[in-house]
Each structure stands twice: as C-alpha cells, then as structure tokens.
Design a protein around this ligand. Structure first.
Ligand code: OGA
Ligand code: MN
Length: 233
C-alpha cells in the first residue's frame, strides 16, 4: 500500500542524523516543566517512512489546502501570517493510526507526570513549499486552556539549516531566540501551547511535517485561536 519511497526512506531512517535522544516521557516532561519545550526523535523508522510517504502522496494529489488562522477568513491576512498547506488526520490509514497511538501514549504519560488534564489530540500534515513560512505566534491564548501541548514531527531527510524552514523558538514574552530547530526526518518538538512563541522561517525546499495539539476539556467552547491578537469572533 505504500509506494517505493518506503524502502528508500526506511534505509535513510536507519541512520539517525538528528543526534537527538529517542523520545522518553520522563525526559520530555522534565524539559516541559523546566523550560516549556523539549526536543527528541522518534525511533520507529517504519512509521516515519509510512508517514512521509503518505504526506507526499496526499500533497502530490493536491489534497492539502491552504491553512487558516482561528476564525480569520480574510485570505490576504492569512497569507501575511502563514503559508502552509495542511490536511487533518483522521486515523483512517495504518500510518495515521500509528501516529495517533503514539500521541495517545504521550497524552497518558504527560497527564500522569504533569497533570495537564490532556483530553483529546488533533493533528494535520503540513507542507511548506519554497517561500512558505509561519510568522511568530502562540498556538493558544494564555488562560484559554484550549490547546495545551503542541507537537511537531518533521519528515525531511537530509535537511540542511541553509534550506530554511527552521522552527524558531522564543523565550516567553521576549524577542530572545532560544532555539532554532532543523526539521530533520524523525525530529519531534514538543512545547506548551500557551507559553512558547515560535515561528517557521521561510523554507527553500518542500518541507513536510505533522503539527499536533493535545487539548484539554474544561473549556470546550473556546474557539481554536492560533495567533495572538486576532479578534475572537
Ligand atoms: C504550527 C506551527 C511549526 C513547525 O503549525 O502552528 O507552529 O515547525 N508549526 O512546523
Ligand atoms: Mn504553531
């Protein structure tokens, strides 16, 4: 069911080039509570290859659509802020089911260790084509308790920092850049949605990822707000 890219990507994935530690809930939770963000990699090279293959297939079939921002509908405003193509996962393929199962394990571990009350998970494939970016934003208003934990899994073999498309993380309430993350195949970034401002610098190559959010359930009616300062409809 997966195309020939699977074999090639499986081989590539065997040689980890991220230099990052494999996901470990205890380490991730320690990072999240100390600094609000954490960086690691996924070790399941078969799952990674299947996700990349599926993202590429969906993109080539023109299934991905330009992303929006909360309830902002003005296309020009949206294009000033972000230029990525997205497609929501529904768990209907083995690759998606595999990733959602991983997210569920993360949810249970994080709730156990940090008591965040995470309830549900949503995620989409995202492709930033050359020139694509996402200006500085937070994924949820502070206090909205809507999106609580953001995660981005990167699916790009052989990404060089000069290819752009870096995830730039800022210190809370500051202009200080505290990290620039290369979207290399298998890298997983996790951060607190309300606390960590971040942006995606302009990509110079097609950049594949999965952006996901664990939400909590105690303010179910608050709309999804992705950019600070936009009016709430
Ligand atoms: C997002 C986002 C970061 C990335 O989709 O909200 O900030 O590195 N993505 O793709
Ligand atoms: Mn974001």
């Amino acid at each position: 069911m997966f195309n020939g890219a699977l074999t090639l990507l499986s081989l590539i994935a065997l040689a980890d080039t991220t230099g990052l530690p494999v996901f470990d809930a205890q380490n991730v939770c320690a990072d999240l509570s100390q600094q609000g963000w954490s960086l690691c990699r996924l070790a399941d090279s078969e799952l990674l290859a299947a996700l990349r293959s599926e993202a590429e297939t969906l993109w080539q079939a023109d299934i991905l659509t330009p992303a929006g921002i909360g309830r902002a509908e003005d296309h020009d405003i949206v294009r000033k802020i972000r230029r990525d193509l997205t497609h929501w996962m529904d768990g209907s393929t083995p690759a998606q089911a595999g990733y959602l199962a991983f997210a569920e394990a993360v949810r249970r571990e994080v709730n156990y260790r940090l008591m965040l009350g995470l309830f549900a998970f949503e995620a989409h494939y995202a492709v930033y084509e050359p020139g694509g970016f996402y200006k500085r934003h937070v994924d949820s208003f502070r206090g909205a308790r809507n999106r609580m934990l953001s995660s981005v899994l990167y699916l790009n073999p052989d990404w060089d920092p000069s290819d752009g498309g870096l995830l730039r993380i800022y210190a809370p309430d500051s202009e200080d850049v505290i990290a620039e993350i290369t979207p290399e195949f298998g890298t997983l970034a996790l951060f607190l949605s309300e606390d960590i401002p971040h942006e995606v610098t302009p990509a110079r190559r097609d950049r594949f990822s999965i952006a996901g959010w664990h939400r909590c359930n105690d303010r179910g009616l608050v709309p999804a707000l992705q950019v600070k300062g936009l009016p709430v409809a």
